[in-house]
Structure formats: C-alpha cells, structure tokens
Design a protein around this ligand. Structure first.
Ligand SMILES: Nc1ncnc2c1ncn2[C@@H]1O[C@H](COP(=O)(O)OP(=O)(O)OP(=O)(O)O)[C@@H](O)[C@H]1O
Ligand SMILES: [Mg+2]
Length: 335
C-alpha cells in the first residue's frame, strides 16, 4: 500500500484515519457542530465533542451516526469530507481509501459515504466489514482454513463474526454497545437514586467504575447531576455493583448474540475457536471484567486485543496488502 493511501474507520463514536506509514494520523470523536445562524460547520471532532450538552441554542451539536446507522446523512458526509481534507491538507494527492462503515447502514447511505470520500479527493474507495478489519488489525491470520471469532464492541453496535479462509462464515450484530451502555447507566441512576446525570458523566462512570465479573458493592464513584425530587444540583456515590446491574441487559444481549453465531458456525470451526479463543476488540472490550465474563459463559478463553480501539483502523489499511485473498467482507465500490 502506498503511503498516500488511507484506511478510515468510520465508527459511531470515533473516526480514525491511518496511512501506509502505519499509525493513526487522525482520531476524532464522530461529532460535528453546525451553526444555524451562520449556516456553516462551527467545529468537528474533539472540538465539537466538548460542546455536547453545553452549546448555545443556535449551534446544533450532532452525532451523525447513531446506533450504528447514519442518522444525519448530510452531516455524516460533511464530517467525512472534513476529516479526509484535514489529513490530506493542501497536498495534491488522490488517495485510494479503504473504509470501514457500520454494518447496519443501507445501500443508499453507503453510496453517500463513498461519495463524500470521492468529493474529498479519493481516487478509489473500497469498503471492508468491521469484523474482518478488526481481526486483521489485531494481527490475526485470517487466510488460513482455521476458525477465528471476533467480538467488536463499538459505540453503536457489537459485531460478532467467525472467519476462515479470508471470508466471513457466520456473523451477527446487535445494537448494544458503548452508547447504549451509557444510556442504561443514566436510566439506572435515575431510577435507583432519583438523580438525572448527563451522557458524559455516565460514560466516565462506565470507564472508571465498571466491573462486570466481580463487582464490589462499596460506593466509590461520586457523580453529579440534577435531583429528580427537588430539581436542584446534587451528588450521589455509586458502586461497581451499580454499574454492573445497570449493564446486565446489554451484556446479556451481547452474550445471546455470540451464542447464535456459535450455533451457525460449522463444528470444525467451533473446535478451532475453542482452541484459539475469542478475540475482543472495540472500545467496549475495555469494559472491566467483560473478557472474564465471556470466558465463563462459553468456557472459551476470551482475550482483549492490544489497543482494542485502534484495531479496526489498522485493519482497514492492512486490507490493501491482502485484498486479493479476501473472499468476502471486502469490495471495491463503483459509482
Ligand atoms: N475503558 C473503557 N471502558 C469501557 N468502554 C470504553 C472504554 N474506553 C472507551 N470505551 C467506549 O468505547 C466506545 C467507542 O469504541 P469504538 O471507537 O470501538 O467505537 P466505534 O468504532 O466508533 O463504534 P461502532 O464500531 O459501533 O460504529 C465508546 O462508547 C466508549 O465509551
Ligand atoms: Mg467500530
């Protein structure tokens, strides 16, 4: 792959761009802020993320991908274009681009995503499915006749797949991932403590205080919000057990989705997975204790990839090297 070519992981939570030199050269939250008075983009990425819940009336802070689908096509296109332009800068290059897009998007949305990459100067665009990119990025050899299972827990979806001989053999996807974890934590704190907390506070509690496998009941994390009883600012101290309870339904849905993939997988490949283990990628893989929880549920060793947040981005760019051997989950897009 040329150093000028780009791999793009268009995730619900983060957009990451990597180049032929390796490494991510852009890593921004998938957020864009639109100034309705001036009718132009006010900020994107990290700068726009900081505005969530804090922007004045005339600035709309938009997450154009929601639950693993595109909820605002125009803004998604604009964000992709701006990110590519930020990377390319003023250089007169027309990169080839491999993009990983959420599994739930429609054919029309796929076309829109590809068009925005072309409008930012891409010469050719390829699309890759997330589990294939995740396995490649984690350094797994997926070309052999050997079953590999990956569970990628992102912001919008958890995608599970089994591959062998460079192709997907069985797969499933559920809309239970980082964003729904945050929403479940917000709901739980509201119901149990009668305190409304913001999305970013919930996310912080998830990252610092989750323990899915062995939660302590000791209250250790103080969160601030608005009392639902008197409407005033208040604080409450929660425990790992609270977060674990809040996430029970989401985690169980992911477990059920993994189970259906096992049921669809030919026995020979199930045996390979038993020997080799399950790979956990995506930001949700960092949920403390989730790997051990999955290991216990299935009796199969589950391990978290190195740099789980960066796997897919790395895999999108690595896909160039092996594109002739990928049977499915990878395609050149013609418009
Ligand atoms: N330490 C952590 N513990 C738990 N969750 C985490 C941690 N770090 C990040 N996350 C979560 O990971 C999610 C983002 O992961 P990732 O970047 O893989 O998603 P994405 O690729 O943008 O989404 P998708 O693949 O669903 O489109 C966010 O919801 C974030 O809250
Ligand atoms: Mg992802």
């Amino acid at each position: 792959m040329s150093v000028l070519d780009l791999g793009i992981d268009l995730g619900t939570a983060n957009i990451i761009i990597s180049t032929g030199r390796g490494g991510a050269i852009l890593n921004e939250p998938t957020v864009i802020a639109f100034d309705k008075n001036a009718e132009k983009v006010a900020a994107f990425g990290e700068e726009a993320y900081k505005m969530i819940g804090r922007a004045p009336e005339h600035i709309a802070v938009i997450k154009p991908l929601k639950d693993g689908v595109i909820s605002n096509n125009d803004m998604a296109q604009e964000l992709i274009r701006l990110c590519i332009l930020k990377v390319i800068g003023k250089r007169l290059i027309n990169p080839r681009i491999v993009m990983c897009v959420p599994s739930g998007i429609t054919a029309v949305e796929r076309k829109a995503v590809v068009e925005s990459a072309l409008s930012a100067g891409a010469r050719t665009v390829y699309l890759i499915e997330e589990p294939v990119a995740a396995l490649l990025g984690a350094g797994e050899d997926i070309m052999r006749p050997f079953g590999r299972m990956v569970v990628d827990i992102g912001g919008g979806t958890s995608d599970i797949a089994v591959t062998s001989l460079g192709g997907i053999v069985a797969a499933n996807s559920v809309k239970k991932a980082g964003n729904s974890f945050n929403a479940s934590i917000q709901r739980y704190i509201e119901e149990k403590y009668r305190v409304a907390i913001g999305e970013r506070t919930a996310e912080d509690a998830k990252i610092t205080t989750a323990n899915i496998f062995w939660p302590s009941e000791e209250p250790t994390k103080t969160v601030s919000g608005r009392s639902l009883i008197n409407g005033l600012p208040t604080k409450v101290t929660i425990s790992e057990h609270d977060i674990c309870e809040a996430l029970t339904e989401d985690v169980d849905a992911i477990i059920a989705a993994i189970r259906t993939v096992f049921e669809k997988t030919p026995p020979e490949l199930v045996g390979d997975i038993y020997d080799h283990g399950i790979l956990l990628t995506g930001g949700g893989a960092l949920l403390r204790g989730l790997d051990m929880y999955i290991t216990r549920e299935f009796g199969v060793k589950c391990h978290v990839a190195d740099d789980p947040l960066g796997c897919v981005a790395r895999g999108t760019h690595l896909a160039f090297k092996v594109r002739d051997k990928l049977r499915n989950g990878f395609e050149k897009v013609r418009i």
